[in-house]
Ligand binder design. Structure first.
Ligand code: SAM
Length: 236
């Protein structure tokens, strides 16, 4: 059975889409998209041979070798201009996701939708979308096996639209996520409680270190802790 995380990614893919899954690994997402009838064909890109072989095994086993095309290559280089309208990139850090998007930006000309699932540095992924004219249209947060994940869907449009509220500065909105903020789900609250705990822990380690070089860092973290407390107060 497909993980909740990848199910959330798949849910954003529109029926009939021509999809590329970049960094597909085991090809679970493409297999699901074909199995569910959402897509007629999917390109699965992988930069590493090991995962690509695993993907091949899984694709062969499910009998979808005609519908799923496995391609070895770095990031978006595996797609030709006009081949797909939807790109999914999941299970990597926000930094890697945005570097893949930057490196292959010219391959996105026919792409109408991006579905991104950054494991960390979600802020960077939202900022990238904003900076490149992609309108965030949906966000999902979920917890699976104790790990909290976020999934975003973006289309070409008005990148500023989701960030009209002045409640927070833009940089903070990139971290909070405008849709997740308005929803304030229990998992979202838990995410920010965890974030508070992590920041608090780092801060107390820094305090113990008692060195002047880390004074700036300590002050930054104290400000961050206060900000997280403000965020949490809004969720009471
Ligand atoms: N997308 C799958 C998921 O969400 O379950 C797999 C995630 S897996 C942790 C990340 C995969 O991305 C690995 O298989 C890795 O080889 C691949 N990868 C990393 N950098 C890549 C790049 N620049 N281009 C294509 N694939 C890449």
């Amino acid at each position: 059975e497909l993980s909740q995380r990848l199910t959330a990614v798949a849910r954003y893919v529109k029926p009939g889409s021509k999809v590329a899954d970049i960094g597909s690994d085991h090809a679970f997402l493409p297999i699901h998209l074909i199995q569910s009838g959402k897509s007629a064909s999917v390109i699965a890109g992988e930069v590493n041979r090991g995962p690509l072989e695993m993907a091949r095994k899984n694709v062969d086993q499910t009998g979808f070798s005609k519908q799923i095309e496995l391609r070895l290559g770095d990031g978006l280089s595996v797609i030709e201009d006009g081949e797909v309208d939807t790109v999914c990139i999941s299970g990597m850090g926000g930094t890697l996701i945005t570097s893949i998007l930057d490196a292959g930006i010219e391959r996105l000309s026919s792409v109408q939708q991006l579905v991104l699932q950054p494991n960390v540095a979600e802020k960077q992924a939202r900022k990238w979308l904003y900076d490149h004219g992609w309108e965030l249209v949906g966000e999902t947060i979920l917890k699976e096996e104790g790990i909290i994940y976020e999934v975003f869907s973006a289309v070409r449009g008005n990148a500023k639209a989701p960030y009209q509220s002045q409640q927070w500065p833009l940089e903070q909105w990139f971290e909070l996520g405008p849709f997740l903020w308005s929803e304030k789900s229990p998992i979202y609250k838990e995410k920010w409680e965890r974030e508070w705990g992590n920041t608090k822990r780092v801060l107390s380690d820094l305090k113990r270190a008692k060195s002047t070089e880390i004074e700036t860092k300590r002050m930054e973290l104290e400000d961050r802790l206060k900000w997280i407390e403000e965020v949490l107060t809004c969720m009471q």
